[in-house]
Design a protein. Structure first.
Length: 86
């Protein structure tokens, strides 16, 4: 029997190896547009090379948008080509 339902995702240290190979760790401008973040491991993954939306280290579903609402607004605007300020 699997114990996935109540288990808290934990970093298994695999991300350290991934991090070591990464050249670009976090894009400066709107990182979520091209990358997804694991909030457990604090690592960014390039969406183009990502095969699953889960972290290969802790299996957490990766974040595709920031937590803050005002930042989400900026991303939505960037994705849909509208101004975030109206
Ligand atoms: Zn990790
Ligand atoms: Zn992780």
């Amino acid at each position: 029997m699997e114990e996935v339902s109540i288990m808290v995702a934990r970093c298994r240290g695999i991300c350290d190896m991934i991090r070591a190979k990464q050249t670009l760790r976090r894009p400066k401008h709107l990182p979520y547009l091209t990358h997804s973040q694991c909030r457990v491991c604090r690592i960014w993954f390039d969406k183009k090379v990502l095969k699953t939306p889960r972290c290969p280290c802790c299996s957490t579903i990766l974040a595709i948008l920031p937590r803050e609402n005002y930042k989400k607004k900026v991303y939505r605007a960037a994705l849909h080509g509208a101004s975030p300020w109206n």
